[in-house]
Ligand binder design. Structure first.
Ligand code: GLN
Length: 187
């Protein structure tokens, strides 16, 4: 098994460190050529969704990755990644993938002071630690979207078909179960 990690901007090194701990091979996706070899799952890291979205298009990664997502490649998206997958952003149609029928609110906890750590219930896993960094939350989701976690009455993790999208950063905590669950979907 091999996992592709989008590595154009943001917290991709932290994702690589988690996969190293789990002994799972990964490859960085930085340009079109990186899509030539097969990979079994794809991680969209945290970072800045506007920058990532722009680079995805400039580097000609956007269309092939959209096709892969639509063809059911398992995807784990954290924070900025969640924004890239959402159909709407702050109530407006997204210019990005739009592969999850939901609306996200960006920087939903405030721009500067919006970073915090907590622990909350996650579907089938019980209590997991969660680190939020200028995070979005899901303000509205279609009935077909499965809700995996809710923090302070806001949806912070969802599953839709092949896509797992998280408001928080599991790669920054020692609990590896969310990544393990994703890898189970990839194998
Ligand atoms: N605030 C960022 C955005 O809007 C997301 C932050 C993150 O990925 N930690 O894209």
């Amino acid at each position: 098994m091999k996992i592709g990690i989008l590595a154009v901007q943001g917290a991709f090194l932290e994702q690589e460190a988690v996969l190293d701990q789990l002994n799972v091979p990964w490859k960085e996706i930085r340009c079109e050529k990186d899509l030539e070899d097969h990979f079994d799952g794809l991680i969209f890291p945290g970072g800045e969704s506007t920058v990532q979205g722009k680079l995805l298009k400039e580097l000609h990664l956007f269309d092939p990755l959209l096709t892969m997502i639509q063809n059911d490649l398992p995807v784990l998206a954290t924070c900025a990644g969640m924004i890239l997958l959402s159909e709407k952003i702050d109530g407006k149609p997204s210019p990005y993938f739009k592969t999850i029928p939901m609306d996200v609110k960006r920087n939903a906890y405030g721009r500067q002071l919006g970073s915090f750590h907590t622990a909350a219930e996650y579907k089938e896993l019980g209590c997991v630690p969660m680190t939020f960094i200028r995070a979005p939350y899901v303000s509205k989701a279609a009935d077909s979207v499965s809700i995996l976690s809710v923090v302070d009455s806001h949806i912070t993790a969802v599953q839709y078909r092949n896509q797992t999208a998280l408001s928080f950063h599991p790669e920054l905590d020692p609990d590896l179960r969310i990544h393990q669950k994703f890898l189970d979907l990839c194998s």
